[in-house]
Design a protein around this ligand. Structure first.
Ligand SMILES: [Fe+2]
Length: 277
């Protein structure tokens, strides 16, 4: 075991990790934690159980990202999500669970997205107006460059959700470079790095990281069983394989930048000597 991984194994209060000489907690930018809205928890009790697990993982802030558009068309509009976030935060406080939830959405790709943003019907991450979590279809590959350009004209940057599951063979393709040029970012799922979605998604997830094309890791957790948050273990695996600087950037620094409306930093800023490919 490397020194960096040994250091990251020190556990602190509220699931915090000791990294770079200080205690750190994660921000999760993609999580289905709101009760009764989508394929996440059905009840407040289940939502609290998931949030308790997220807190134990070391997550301080969760962006609630219920599905919007696609099969959830007409449901989960911005006002509904904001109200559900307020209710969950109140229950978290009453149950002394140390996490904060902020509003967001996982928005299915749709030609009406810009208009729906203007009429406040779908949500950007942390309601900040800077980053939109965009879900692409699984079955067909579509070029979203026109939508990325339209969003960029509104000063909104897109984050492609669970890219490793949607683009498993495309991690090296030139098309993705065009998307990156249009202010797109790629989010990969912590549990994919650990093999929970099979070898193809696992390979693609690591490929996205080692090629420097994924800037963010999130849990995309739905429950405490089959789709549970695995940020802590993923962080340790990334530290071990690619260095703690890169792990810190994709799991801690960049997710925090998203909710604070700051620019996402590229992986090229990491010390390449630390990367053991
Ligand atoms: Fe999701």
């Amino acid at each position: 075991m490397t020194d960096s991984v040994r250091e990251n194994l020190i556990d602190g209060e509220n699931g915090s990790l000791y990294v770079n000489n200080k205690w750190e907690r994660f921000t999760d930018i993609h999580c289905h934690c709101l009760p009764g809205l989508d394929d996440g928890p059905s009840t407040m009790k289940e939502a609290l159980a998931l949030c308790r697990m997220l807190a134990a993982e070391g997550i301080a802030t969760i962006v609630a990202t219920p599905h919007q558009l696609g099969r959830f068309e007409s449901f989960n509009e911005a006002a509904t999500v904001r109200e559900a976030v307020n209710n969950l935060n109140e229950s978290l406080k009453n149950n002394a669970i140390p996490v904060e939830v902020v509003p967001g959405g996982e928005v299915r790709v749709d030609e009406r997205i810009c208009k729906l943003l203007e009429s406040d019907r779908i949500l950007t991450l942390a309601d900040g107006g800077k980053y939109l979590l965009l879900e692409l279809p699984y079955q067909v590959f579509i070029d979203i460059e026109p939508l990325l350009i339209e969003l960029a004209s509104m000063d909104i940057q897109s984050i492609i959700s669970h890219a490793e599951r949607i683009l498993p063979t495309a991690a090296q393709s030139n098309l993705l470079l065009h998307w990156l040029d249009q202010s797109a970012h790629f989010q990969i799922t912590a549990s994919s790095l650990l093999g929970d979605f099979g070898p193809e998604a696992q390979r693609a997830a690591w490929d996205f990281l080692t090629s420097g094309r994924a800037a963010l890791v999130a849990t995309d957790s739905h429950d405490i069983d089959s789709r549970k948050p695995r940020m802590r273990t993923a962080f340790r695996h990334i530290s071990d394989k690619l260095g703690k600087e890169l792990a810190h950037l994709v799991c801690i620094e960049n997710p925090l930048r998203v909710i604070n409306g700051r620019d996402i930093l590229p992986l090229s800023l990491c010390d390449q000597k630390e990367i053991d490919r």
